[in-house]
Design a protein around this ligand. Structure first.
Ligand code: BJW
Length: 256
């Protein structure tokens, strides 16, 4: 075991409160493209940064609804990988683990994590565009790929949209504040698969550091976060996390 890896193992194994902050790279090995991967197929000519905005939806609701329909369908056909399951396993090893994710795929809960804060919402939840009326009933997937007219809100007739956070929108009330409080009080933070470009999520590792936590990053390449972390583990989430958690388990069983 090299020294850097051992430092990460000890910091995780000794923490009473561990925060795991994840981004799109966490689900890449499940088959979900990261946000900054170029789109393929029918969606290749669109820029996600334009689709994931209120203006993009207002300009062309069927295009944005169709894009989310395509992604929701893809997610429904995929599943969490060993990295998600390794994070869930940590709940049995440490006093408190909270996952703070930017991902909208719901894979952490599906893998067994129970403490999950979703900063950017969930692709399988819906609300209306005009008034944020929540949708309780099932919203079926459209069969065709490409632009699709969104269903209408049963209360006000506004088009439905996914309950995710687009650029320029506020995060769900209270969720970021909770994440920030956890970041400031945790003993260690694992930052996995995020470019660290999108705020306010990108500020969490700095909050953890200023609160005295050891910050460990797992990424296939250096990111905007890397210069500020204590330990950088270069590699894929699906490989690094199972190895890290196995070593944490061993270290804790030796200590008990
Ligand atoms: C692997 C891997 C493997 C690959 N293993 N790793 C300064 C301060 C505060 C705000 C701003 C600011 N400047 C600008 C803003 C506004 C804006 C922002 O941050 N813009 C930046 C682009 C500069 N932020 C907002 O608008 C936020 N709201 C807000 O700030 O409200 C207050 C406000 C309101 C009004 C005006 C101003 C302020 C909201 C942000 C919402 C982001 N929403 C999205 C879409 C969600 C729905 C959807 O998916 O469709 O969230 S954008 C997109 O980016 C998505 C992601 O969650 C998010 C982050 O991306 P992430 O996870 O980092 O992924 P990638 O693709 O960037 O990186 C993947 C990484 O994985 C890479 O590093 C790879 O190397 C790595 N990787 N394979 C491990 N196997």
């Amino acid at each position: 075991m090299n020294e850097t890896f051992q430092r990460a193992v000890s910091a995780v194994a000794e923490s009473n409160l561990l925060v795991v902050a994840t981004g799109a790279g966490m689900s890449k090995e499940s088959g979900i493209p990261t946000f900054r991967d170029s789109l393929d197929g029918l969606w290749a000519r669109y820029d996600p940064q334009e689709l994931a905005t209120r203006e993009g939806f207002r300009h062309d609701p069927p295009r944005v609804w169709g894009w989310y329909n395509y992604r929701r369908k893809l997610i429904s056909e995929l599943e969490p990988h060993g990295g998600h399951r390794a994070i869930a396993r940590l709940e049995a090893l440490l006093p408190q683990v909270v996952v703070v994710t930017q991902n909208i795929d719901g894979f952490h809960r599906l893998a067994g994590s129970t403490g999950v804060l979703e900063l950017h919402g969930n692709i399988n939840r819906f609300k209306c565009y005009d008034r944020d009326h929540p949708v309780e009933e099932e919203v079926p997937l459209a069969c065709q790929d490409g632009p699709v007219e969104p269903p209408r809100c049963g209360r006000c007739g506004s088009p439905l949209r996914p309950d995710v956070v687009w650029f320029g929108e506020m995060l769900p009330p209270g969720v970021f504040e909770q994440a920030e409080t956890l970041a400031r009080s945790c003993d260690a933070m694992l930052v996995v698969g995020t470019s660290g470009i999108v705020y306010p999520a990108a500020a969490l590792p700095m909050s953890a550091r200023s609160g005295g936590a050891t910050v460990i990053e797992v990424n296939v390449e250096p990111s905007e976060v890397t210069p500020t972390v204590d330990v950088f583990l270069q590699g894929a989430a699906g490989e690094v996390l199972p190895a890290l958690v196995a070593a944490v388990e061993e270290e804790r069983s030796r200590a008990n």
